[in-house]
Design a protein around this ligand. Structure first.
Ligand SMILES: NC(=O)c1ccc[n+]([C@@H]2O[C@H](COP(=O)([O-])OP(=O)(O)OC[C@H]3O[C@@H](n4cnc5c(N)ncnc54)[C@H](OP(=O)(O)O)[C@@H]3O)[C@@H](O)[C@H]2O)c1
Length: 280
C-alpha cells in the first residue's frame, strides 16, 4: 500500500461535530464551549447525567445557537461506550479525550486498585473512545485530541498511578499518530500543568505536602487562559501542545538538563518531606 504524505490538519470549522469525553466538567467543558463558539456541534460524554445536563445548559447559555447533545457512558466500559456513541445524528470530525481521574498518595499506601482504576479511565478509556469513533474520524479526515498532562512527561511525587497512566497515554498518542496521520486523521497531544478544576479541588483536600510542593514548581494557569491557548493550538494543528510559556520552558529545561530539574524538585520536596515512619 502506498504511504501517503502526512497531510496538513483541517481547521476547526462551523458545521463540524465534536465528541468531548469528560465534557461535563473542567477542561473538557471549557474546550467544548470554545468549540461551540466556533460553530461546531457538540456531544458531551461522561458518567453523571445531571452534570452533563448542567454543562449543556452552561454552553447554550453562553452560545445560544449551540447544538449540544449528551451521552451517558463510562469510557472504561467498551461495550457501554460503543452503545452510547452508536446513533449520533452526524459524523464525527473531532474527538477530544478529556475524561480522567486522579489518585494521589504515597506508593506504599495506595492500593493496587487505584493503579488499575486510573489506568482503566485515563489510558484504556482513551483507547476505547478512539476505537469507538475511528471509522467516522477516518471518513471525515478528522482529529483526535488526547488530554494527557505534564505528569505524562516527567515524574511527580505522589502521582505513581497518575504518571504511569499519563506516560502510557503519551507513548500511545505519539505512536498512534504515525499510523493514523497517513490515513488523514490528525492526532494531537495536550500536556497541561496543574490548573484549577473540580479534580484539583478534590485533590487539595487530601494531597500529600510533598506533592503540593513538587507540582507547584510550575505556576498554575487559569482555566480560561488554558482553554483559549489550547483551542488555538488545536486549530493550528500542533501535534504536541504544552500550554503556557513557563510550562514550556520548564519542560524544555527538564529535557535538556534533567539533573538540574531533579535537583530543584528534590529541594522543594525535602523542605516538606515527612519520615515515612511518622506518617499517619
Ligand atoms: N486539573 C489539572 O490540574 C490537570 C492537569 C493536567 C491534565 N489534566 C487532565 O485534564 C483532563 C480533565 O481534567 P479536569 O481537571 O478538567 O477534571 P474534572 O473537572 O474532574 O473533569 C473530569 C471529567 O471526566 C469525566 N470522567 C471521569 N471519569 C470518567 C469515566 N470513567 N467515563 C467517562 N467520563 C469520565 C467526569 O465526569 P463524570 O465523573 O460524571 O464521569 C468529568 O466530566 C483529565 O484527563 C486530567 O487528567 C488535569
Amino acid at each position: 500500500m502506498k504511504f501517503t504524505p502526512f497531510a496538513r490538519a483541517r481547521r476547526l470549522a462551523a458545521g463540524q461535530h465534536a465528541v468531548v469525553t469528560g465534557g461535563s466538567s473542567g477542561l473538557g467543558l471549557a474546550l467544548a464551549r470554545r468549540l461551540a463558539e466556533r460553530g461546531l456541534s457538540i456531544t458531551l460524554l461522561a458518567r453523571n447525567e445531571a452534570a452533563l445536563a448542567s454543562a449543556a445548559a452552561q454552553i447554550t447559555k453562553s452560545v445560544p445557537a449551540a447544538i449540544v447533545d449528551c451521552r451517558v457512558a463510562d469510557v472504561a466500559d467498551r461495550a457501554g461506550l460503543e452503545a452510547a456513541l452508536e446513533f449520533l445524528p452526524r459524523g464525527i470530525d473531532v474527538l477530544v479525550n478529556s475524561a480522567g481521574i486522579l489518585r494521589e498518595g504515597y506508593f506504599e499506601t495506595l492500593p493496587d486498585s487505584d493503579f488499575r482504576d486510573v489506568m482503566e479511565t485515563n489510558f484504556f478509556g482513551t483507547l476505547n473512545s478512539i476505537r469507538a469513533t475511528l471509522p467516522q474520524l477516518k471518513q471525515s479526515g478528522g482529529r483526535i485530541v488526547n488530554i494527557a498532562s505534564v505528569a505524562g512527561l516527567t515524574g511527580v511525587f505522589g502521582y505513581t498511578p497518575y504518571c504511569a497512566a499519563k506516560h502510557a497515554l503519551v507513548g500511545f498518542t505519539e505512536s498512534l499518530r504515525f499510523e493514523l496521520e497517513p490515513q488523514g486523521v490528525r492526532v494531537q497531544l495536550v500536556c497541561p500543568a496543574e490548573f484549577d478544576s473540580p479534580m484539583v479541588d478534590a485533590l487539595d483536600r487530601t494531597r500529600t505536602p510533598e506533592n503540593r510542593e513538587h507540582t507547584l514548581t510550575i505556576p498554575k494557569l487559569g482555566i480560561d487562559e488554558l482553554a483559549d491557548t489550547t483551542i488555538s493550538d488545536i486549530d493550528a494543528g500542533h501535534r504536541t501542545i504544552i500550554p503556557g510559556t513557563k510550562t514550556q520552558l520548564l519542560v524544555a529545561a527538564q529535557r535538556i538538563a534533567p539533573a538540574l530539574g531533579n535537583a530543584i524538585a528534590r529541594r522543594r520536596i525535602e523542605a516538606v518531606y515527612t519520615d515515612p515512619r511518622s506518617r499517619s
